[in-house]
Design a protein around this ligand. Structure first.
Ligand code: ZN
Ligand code: ZN
Length: 425
């Protein structure tokens, strides 16, 4: 008998935390945080660190790793991840604590304890211990992101997607699904309810906006997450429009250095290295002031215009119709980016009439509905249970409906909420 306890990330995006119990063995798949409407972190349900046989961290995003250091205040559970996951996570946790140290009870010591207790696995490497087997494989979402294949002591074979993208991008190869017989899948459903437009169309649109703006001597601001999206957009523009000056500002530089250190995780490491020799990393206030008046592309964190250099640039460029602002990341409701797109202004930043061109483009690093269905269908022959997680209720329900329609009704499908326990015989 296998039990799956949903400690977070049930009928919600983020706060991923799933406890797999098989007899006395307990595996924790991710332990992340979420943010409420006031931007305060929300933690997953409690778990006793001493009982955990293995903690698996699928990737470095805070909604998968942000609560994990809590487990190292009193315990030392063995963790598993790839190297770049923990290297990137360290930078994101430092940043997270800067903003939230008043409400978060761990500090970097606990993160370092987590790091020191992590067994680092390469993609495809088999790990075996006291009757459980573990393999991490590329999930294509951000650098080092993995899908987890876990065979428990009683022989139950389970796959956890983490956040997954099965399409190649400029920087990362798409997810690699292993041909293993899997009985149970825990699958994310961030985009369970819809498909993304073809990537080449979105890329073409971005390049058109860049070209047009540069032609009229304007500046293009692209607020982007420091991990993944910034590198992706810079590589695309540098490869397809090499005459354009690209400036990068924010934590992007430190993250890019990790990308360069873990080249084998990249789709085309020589292209990546070449691109990041040609782009400019903004070095200080003087340079910032200078570049807002020149035709160029500025890729700056944060992706939702919450603090960070992107807000500085926005304030400098929004009034001039020569300029363009292109949002390329998910915009949470209530975020500044969401307000800019929906209301045409951000009252909190005293930005009302925006004259610059404003666009949003879907560069998502999550599989859409067809992609998720494709991943599931590869395990069709052995699959008995699907647990749909990491998605809001509507997206999860849409994914369930399309699974029933396309793959038949003989698979058990669960859409648990936080606090639920699923028992699999
Ligand atoms: Zn996530
Ligand atoms: Zn993620």
């Amino acid at each position: 008998m296998l039990k799956i306890k949903v400690l977070g990330g049930g009928r919600e995006v983020g706060r991923a935390a799933y406890l797999i119990e098989d007899g006395s063995q307990k595996f924790l798949l991710d332990y992340g945080v979420n943010f409420d409407e006031r931007d305060l972190p929300r933690l997953p349900h409690h778990v006793k660190p001493l009982e955990i046989s293995g903690l698996i961290i699928s990737h470095a995003h805070l909604d998968h790793v942000g609560a994990a250091p809590y487990l190292y205040i009193t315990g030392r559970p063995k963790a598993f991840s790839t190297m770049p996951t923990m290297e990137v996570a360290r930078l994101l946790v430092i940043d997270f604590l800067k903003l939230n140290s008043a409400v978060i009870e761990y500090d970097m010591r606990e993160f370092e304890n987590l790091y020191d207790n992590t067994v680092f696995l390469e993609y495809g490497e088999k790990y075996e211990e006291e009757g459980f087997k573990l393999v991490l494989e590329n999930a294509g979402h951000i650098i080092g992101s993995s899908m987890t294949y876990l065979e428990t002591g009683s022989g139950h074979r389970l796959m956890y997607t983490g956040d997954i993208n099965n399409r190649d991008t400029w920087t990362l190869p798409g997810a690699e699904t292993l041909k293993l017989d899997v009985e149970t899948i825990l699958i994310e459903s961030t985009y369970g309810g819809r498909n993304h437009p073809p990537r080449y169309i979105v890329e073409k649109k971005l390049l058109e906006i860049v070209e047009e703006t540069i032609d009229r001597k304007g500046t293009v601001l692209i607020p982007a997450f420091s991990v993944g999206r910034s590198q992706e957009i810079a590589t695309l523009i540098a490869a397809e429009a090499p005459y354009v000056d690209i400036y990068l500002d924010g934590m992007i530089k430190d993250i890019t250095e990790i990308y360069l250190r873990y080249k084998k995780y990249l789709k085309d490491s020589s292209l990546f290295a070449k691109v990041f020799e040609t782009v400019n990393f903004v070095t200080g206030a003087k340079e910032r002031k200078k570049i807002v008046n020149k035709p160029c592309v500025i890729i700056a964190s944060a992706g939702m215009l919450k603090g960070g250099p992107s807000v500085y640039y926005l304030k400098k460029i929004y009034q001039n119709p020569r300029n363009s602002i292109v949002m390329v990341s998910y915009q949470a409701p209530n975020s500044n980016g969401h307000k800019l797109l929906e209301e045409g202004g951000i009252p909190e930043l005293e930005i009302d009439r925006v004259n610059a061109r404003v666009e949003w483009l879907d560069f998502s690093s999550h599989a859409g509905q067809d992609g998720l269905l494709d991943i599931i269908s590869r395990y069709r022959a052995s699959l008995k249970n699907i647990v749909i997680i990491h998605g809001n209720e509507d997206d999860a329900a849409s994914l369930r409906d399309v699974i029933l329609e396309k793959l038949g009704s003989d698979i058990n499908i669960y859409i648990p909420k936080v606090g639920d326990e699923i028992v699999i015989q």
